[in-house]
Design a binder for this molecule. Structure first.
Ligand SMILES: *[C@@H]1O[C@H](CO)[C@@H](O)[C@H](O)[C@H]1NC(C)=O
Ligand SMILES: *[C@@H]1O[C@H](CO)[C@@H](O)[C@H](O)[C@H]1NC(C)=O
Length: 303
């Protein structure tokens, strides 16, 4: 989309800290929509946001609702963010939502944000691997109230460790209208900026030095059944108990024999989430298709 001149100037300007992936396409209802049709277009030539106090952390630089359409998505349905170039800087990816007081296109993201998905680090091979991909698929929680939301994806490049380097936020927001849903009060919520600090271990960590565990920055992942994601969860003010029989037909295959050693429980840890280790008291049941694997004495993970 950007001119060759602009791209060349950019790569000269930012050289080895260049950043050339952006979440620019949304898929809903099985339809991959046009580039920037439902995603707010940034104006920063794919440079990451690095200022922890900037409002640009919400939806990226210059990304307003003007000229962006809003797409209808059913609660419980999956969606996918797609990049122009696969993500290649090491670090976690998360998805957040914030309910608009009115229309999504008018909303500046100044309200509360809750997190619905984390892709953290996988240490099962003995060293960290990350979900570096073009497509990031998640599900709109089936219990959240209907209405307009900003749907925000964030990949945090931590390849230049703090404080010598500055972690990089790659961000896009889609505008969605959620239909169906329920009456849950999703949380915990955070403000952006404000949610990410120079004291977060997931921000300050040096991934090249004695790197054995990782906590994705931001709040605990909200789920409708109260089970946590990567951050252990546990404090979600869920007001309803939802049925577990309304999975979208597009959900991932569950045909694998259950290999979870744990008895049935009301919680599930998403793939990549922590499921055990010294001092861990959270959920130990891994989502279908993953099993709890010990990384070391203080960390086991659903893989
Ligand atoms: C690793 O785990 C320790 C102990 O729980 C914690 O203090 C530290 O912040 C974690 N590191 C990261 C990068 O999450
Ligand atoms: C709880 O919610 C998560 C995320 O929506 C889901 O993956 C998991 O299957 C649910 N667990 C149960 C027991 O319904």
């Amino acid at each position: 989309m950007k001119g060759l001149l602009g791209a060349a100037a950019l790569s000269l300007a930012v050289s080895d800290v260049s950043a050339h992936y952006i979440f620019q396409q949304l898929t809903t209802g099985g339809v991959k929509h046009a580039v920037y049709q439902y995603i707010r277009k940034n104006t920063n030539y794919n440079s990451p946001v690095t200022d922890l106090t900037s409002n640009d952390l919400r939806c990226n630089v210059g990304a307003t609702g003007a000229g962006t359409d809003t797409v209808t998505v059913r609660a419980g349905d999956s969606f996918t963010f797609t990049t122009d170039t696969p993500v290649y800087h090491q670090g976690p990816t998360s998805i957040y939502m914030s309910k608009a007081p009115g229309s999504a296109s008018d909303y500046d993201g100044s309200g509360g944000w809750f997190k619905i998905k984390d892709w953290g680090a996988d240490f099962s091979s003995g060293q960290a691997t990350w979900t570096l991909a073009s497509d990031y698929t998640a599900t709109i929680p089936e219990c959240i109230p209907p209405g307009d939301y900003l749907l925000r994806i964030q990949q945090l490049g931590i390849h230049n460790p703090w404080p010598a380097g500055i972690p990089q936020f790659y961000i896009s927001c889609a505008q969605i209208t959620v239909t169906g849903g329920g009456s849950a009060n999703p949380g915990p919520t955070v403000s952006i900026p404000g949610a990410f600090k120079e004291t977060d271990p997931g921000y300050t960590v040096n991934i090249y030095n004695n790197f054995h565990n990782y906590t994705v920055p931001g709040p605990a992942v909200f789920t409708c059944n109260g089970s946590g994601g990567n951050n252990g969860g546990g404090s979600n003010p869920v007001t309803t108990t939802t049925t577990t029989t309304t999975r979208p037909s597009t959900s991932t295959a569950q045909s694998q024999p259950s290999s979870s050693p744990t008895s049935p429980s009301s919680c599930t840890v998403a793939k990549w989430g922590q499921c055990g280790g010294q001092g861990y008291s959270g959920c130990t049941v891994c989502a279908a298709g993953s099993t709890c694997q010990k990384t070391n004495d203080y960390y086991s993970q659903c893989l």
